[in-house]
Design a protein around this ligand. Structure first.
Ligand code: FES
Length: 110
């Protein structure tokens, strides 16, 4: 099973995390299932941007984002060329290294 490495995030997972998930699993659901409480304000319906992650390793192996995902990502805090909405990422064969941005769009508005 592909390994997911989550880089440390001060509030959500201060020590980072490493776990394995089955290929084809939703990245957002996998994070939540392993105690990493990433925001997912629209309940994974591709409408909010709060589940934004930066895929530092393994990005190229993912099915590319679609235009509506890219439109939402344009609003994300800390946008990177390797940004994705975690609720739209299905884990592929390659291991992933994932960074959760310091802020979500909700924080950025405050
Ligand atoms: S949870 Fe809202 S876009 Fe992913």
């Amino acid at each position: 099973m592909p390994q997911i490495r989550v880089l440390p995030h001060a509030a959500i997972c201060p020590d980072g995390a490493v776990f394995e998930v089955a290929q084809g699993e939703s990245l957002c659901r996998s994070l939540l299932a392993h105690g990493i409480n990433i925001e997912h304000a629209c309940e994974m319906s591709k409408a909010c941007t709060t589940c934004h992650v930066i895929v530092r390793k393994g990005f190229e192996g993912l099915v590319p984002s679609e235009e509506d995902e890219d439109d939402l990502l344009d609003r994300a805090w800390g946008l990177s060329p390797q940004s994705r909405l975690s609720c739209q990422v299905l884990v592929a064969a390659e291991p992933l290294e994932v960074e959760i941005p310091r802020y979500t769009i909700n924080h950025a508005r405050e």
